[in-house]
Design a protein around this ligand. Structure first.
Ligand SMILES: [Zn+2]
Length: 95
């Protein structure tokens, strides 16, 4: 009986964790300066923004995760954990 309860608890736990893992967990990806410059360039190309400077950086836990443009455009690098895992496996296949 105790074993059955334990199995049920574990099963529910795993199920909820999987659902959270697949659908819920979004992480902020730190942005390198190169990447930031590239994203800003892309934003200016796409929107025709005439801004000459990035207004400010968006930081989380002392890491740059995005920027605000002078035209009030905001960019934040968000990724699903599952996408990151997918990327890692791709990298493994390449090497
Ligand atoms: Zn802009």
């Amino acid at each position: 009986m105790i074993v059955e309860i334990l199995i049920a608890v574990l099963w529910f736990g795993t199920t909820f964790y999987s659902i959270w893992y697949i659908f819920g967990a979004k992480t902020y990806q730190p942005l390198t300066l190169d990447n930031l410059a590239l994203q800003w360039k892309l934003h200016k190309q796409k929107t025709g923004s005439k801004a000459k400077l990035i207004h400010s950086m968006i930081k989380r836990n002392n890491e740059i995760v995005g920027f605000k443009c002078e035209c009030k455009y905001e960019y934040q690098q968000k990724r699903l954990i599952t996408q990151r895992v997918h990327k890692k496996t791709e990298a493994k296949q390449c090497s």
